[in-house]
Design a protein around this ligand. Sequence first.
Ligand SMILES: Cc1cc2nc3c(=O)[nH]c(=O)nc-3n(C[C@H](O)[C@H](O)[C@H](O)COP(=O)(O)O)c2cc1C
Length: 150
Amino acid sequence: MSRIATAVHVVATDGPAGLGGATMTAVASVTDAPPTLLICLNHGSTANALIKANGVFCVSVLPAEARALAEIFSGRTGLHGRERFTAGVWSPLVTGAPALDGARVAIDCHVSGVSEVGTHSVIFGAVAAVRTGADGPALAYLDRAFASLA
Ligand SMILES: Cc1cc2nc3c(=O)[nH]c(=O)nc-3n(C[C@H](O)[C@H](O)[C@H](O)COP(=O)(O)O)c2cc1C
């Protein structure tokens, strides 16, 4: 999978179960009728149980300058839970899940289905709102390294 160039996202949730988020590449569109995407999230990620319990998540598609944020939400810097949100500026759209100000696009979702496949949950999101950000280079991930995609 490391041979596949991907976009980089922070998927975040908030609600009764609490605030959390993870850096993710496994995000894909499913259909536009109804607007639906999916994320593939490891059972070991703290965000997994939070997203299922809260029933909402927001996908923030990262710009190239958000590399440090991607490191933080991957857990590599030792920050956990709500501590991760001290980096960046976050504001909810309609579900209450945090959307990153400065994201290339933020896609706010209600969980519409979950399928367990081995180590991961495939979580489907019904799109509730979209906030389009500025143009500019995207953060990409290839061969286990970050890159800027103009
Ligand atoms: C570039 C990058 C992409 C990642 N993509 C995914 C992914 O698609 N799915 C996933 O389950 N974990 C992915 N991870 C790992 C999670 O970010 C990491 O396990 C999680 O944030 C750990 O959070 P926790 O400490 O709250 O459990 C990725 C990590 C990096 C650095």
